[in-house]
Design a protein around this ligand. Structure first.
Ligand code: PNS
Length: 168
């Protein structure tokens, strides 16, 4: 039976992805097994000072997930729930590495539900091998001259080297 666009189940995987890590890769690949379409949504305007531009961050994700037909990459600005509704998403997918992640996620989940009750937030637990990786620590190691091999996908390493340790 063929599926119409209206029947396709879309999930949004939102984040700063500054940079995309192997933890994010694990998460998006898991999401792609559960949903017909997964949109990796790169946040454009954040309070934090990013290492990489939104375009670089999106390009890294596009290259990394080029083998997955179900995965699309976009940048977004403004409210996540409004964006997810515009894209017809039934779910927002986030990763849970630890109890600390839960404490960070829970208020956002509650507010997002209030804003958009029809969109369910779903948490996926990443593989233990990547559970200690965070973009924050990757950036710190990178800025201080450390080796980030094995922590980020090759496309991220390439762009980060091109931009230098100080970033864009
Ligand atoms: O990778 P991050 O930085 O943990 O991702 C955070 C993100 C992008 C999910 C969050 O900051 C977000 O949703 N920002 C969009 C603005 C918004 O909707 N804010 C209200 C959240 S309750």
């Amino acid at each position: 039976m063929t599926m119409t666009a209206a029947q396709a189940r879309t999930a949004v995987c939102p984040g700063s992805f500054d940079p995309l890590t192997n933890g994010h890769v694990d998460l998006v690949r898991r999401a792609a097994r559960l949903f017909d379409r997964v949109i990796v949504a790169v946040l454009v305007n954040d309070q934090k000072t990013p290492l990489l531009s939104p375009d670089d961050r999106a390009a890294i994700a596009r290259e990394t997930f080029a083998d997955l037909a179900a995965v699309e990459v976009e940048t977004f600005d403004g409210l996540l729930t409004a964006y997810a509704a515009r894209r017809g998403a039934v779910a927002i997918v986030r990763g849970l590495r630890s109890a600390a992640d839960f404490d960070y996620e829970w208020p956002m989940t509650a507010m997002n539900r209030r804003l958009q009750p029809d969109i369910e937030t779903i948490f996926l637990v990443p593989s233990p091998e990547v559970s200690a990786i965070s973009s924050r620590l990757v950036k710190e190691i990178w800025r201080l001259g450390g080796d980030i091999g094995g922590l980020v996908p090759p496309a991220a390493g390439t762009r980060m080297r091109a931009r230098g340790r100080a970033g864009r």
